[in-house]
Design a protein around this ligand. Structure first.
Ligand code: ZN
Ligand code: ZN
Length: 108
């Protein structure tokens, strides 16, 4: 048995939302299901790399979330309208938004 009788490692970089395998040219990573891409040469260290619409002219999808707001530890949380570009093929993406229900603490 030689080394090549066993499988190779096959690393896949996935979209953080829909799990699709990202396509890359080495400098940017694209999710065609979500219609967005990230500009980074290193997807393993992409903290702060903001996704960009593939079609910069496209409007956000804006679909409303179905889950109602919920309260927890003095804050109200809700799912914001979908921020992906309109026409995306993946499921809607609703970033979590919140506001404080308690009055601001006066600064003493
Ligand atoms: Zn995606
Ligand atoms: Zn959507």
């Amino acid at each position: 048995m030689s080394d090549s009788d066993l499988p190779y490692i096959y690393a896949v970089i996935q979209c953080g939302h829909c799990g699709s395998e990202l396509e890359t040219d080495g400098g940017s990573w694209t999710c065609y299901s979500c219609g967005i891409y990230w500009e980074t040469s290193n997807p393993y260290d992409a903290d702060g790399s903001q996704a960009i619409f593939l079609d910069e002219e496209q409007e956000p999808c804006g679909a409303e979330a179905t889950m109602s707001p919920r309260e927890h530890h003095g804050k109200r949380f809700w799912d914001a309208p979908c921020t992906l570009p309109a026409g995306h093929r993946s499921e809607h993406y609703h970033p979590l938004a919140y506001e404080s229900l308690e009055p601001e603490e006066p600064i003493t």
